[in-house]
Design a protein around this ligand. Structure first.
Ligand code: NAD
Length: 256
């Protein structure tokens, strides 16, 4: 309890899946949370659920690709008490229809770049002035192990996630002296609405790539996000933290 008490936190793509788990945990730990998402029913329902449990949350309908929406969302968060302490850039363009380079489409490239990469940049740009004034801020970007290693038929997604790792290192370099930290959190397979069905052979394949032999849960990503967002990570910036059950650290995938 209270690990980020009275902090103002923004979570993009916060209405579902990993973002939702992050919103819930941040609120349980005392933050005032702004859920910034295009999913209005989902976001409003989550804000009401958090408040019904004694937490503090508001929803702001926000498309991260629209600069006006982003400015409104950050102004709404700052309207709470003048501060923006934590920004979690989590929204991404997620499609069951990703391809290898030869088949990849303009739509998937634009979606990946506009939502995950430029959306992260827009929110970061809008939050930084508050963080600079405060001489304090923590940005947590939800990336993917696909930013760390190649995977089948998803070139636009993989390239965009890898670009986010570079974005993080660059921003951490430029704003470290302002006491602003930014880190990349790379989930492995996490069970959300976009995941493989447990009856699908791909689900077992994913389990077999991890040393723990299972997929992860949104709450397990949220715990890592909480750590990076909090003062417990006060000397940690610019890092890439896999939350992947050992996927990237081992040769578990060679199991038969
Ligand atoms: N689930 C996994 O296995 C997994 C693995 C690695 C990385 N990730 C990353 O985690 C993040 C969350 O994924 P998830 O599995 O929770 O997906 P999800 O679909 O459950 O949640 C994504 C959220 O983003 C919102 N969103 C989409 N486009 C948006 C936009 N333009 N503006 C604002 N909000 C928008 C959606 O409405 C949704 O609420 C993504 O960045 C994804 O790449 C997920």
């Amino acid at each position: 309890m209270d690990r980020i008490k009275n902090k103002v936190a923004i979570v993009t793509g916060g209405a579902n899946g990993i973002g939702r788990a992050i919103c819930e945990l941040f609120a349980e730990e005392g933050a005032w949370v702004l859920i910034a998402d295009i999913d209005e029913p989902g976001g409003k329902e989550l804000a009401a659920t958090i408040r019904s449990k004694g937490g503090e949350a508001e929803f702001c309908r926000t498309d991260v690709t629209r600069e006006d929406d982003v400015k409104c969302a950050v102004a709404m968060a700052a309207g709470h008490n003048g501060r923006v302490d934590i920004l979690c850039n989590n929204a991404a363009y997620l499609s069951p229809d990703f391809h290898a380079a030869l088949e990849s489409t303009e739509k998937e490239w634009r979606g990946c770049i506009d939502v995950a990469l430029l959306g992260t940049h827009s929110f970061t740009k809008a939050a930084l002035p508050y963080m600079i004034d405060q001489r304090q801020g923590s940005i947590v970007n939800i990336v993917s192990i696909q930013g760390m290693e190649g995977m089948m038929t998803s070139v636009a997604y993989t390239a965009t996630k890898a670009a986010l790792l570079g974005y993080c290192m660059s921003v951490s370099y430029d704003y470290g002296l302002h006491n602003i930290r930014i880190n990349s959190l790379c989930p492995g397979p996490i069970q959300t609405r976009i995941s493989a069905d447990p009856l699908d052979p791909h689900f077992q394949w994913q389990c077999d790539q991890t040393t723990l032999g299972r997929v992860g849960y949104p709450r397990e990503v949220a715990w890592a996000a909480l750590f990076l967002a909090s003062e417990e990570a006060s000397f940690i910036t610019g890092i890439t933290l896999p939350v992947d059950g050992g996927w990237t650290s081992s040769s578990a995938r060679k199991r038969t």
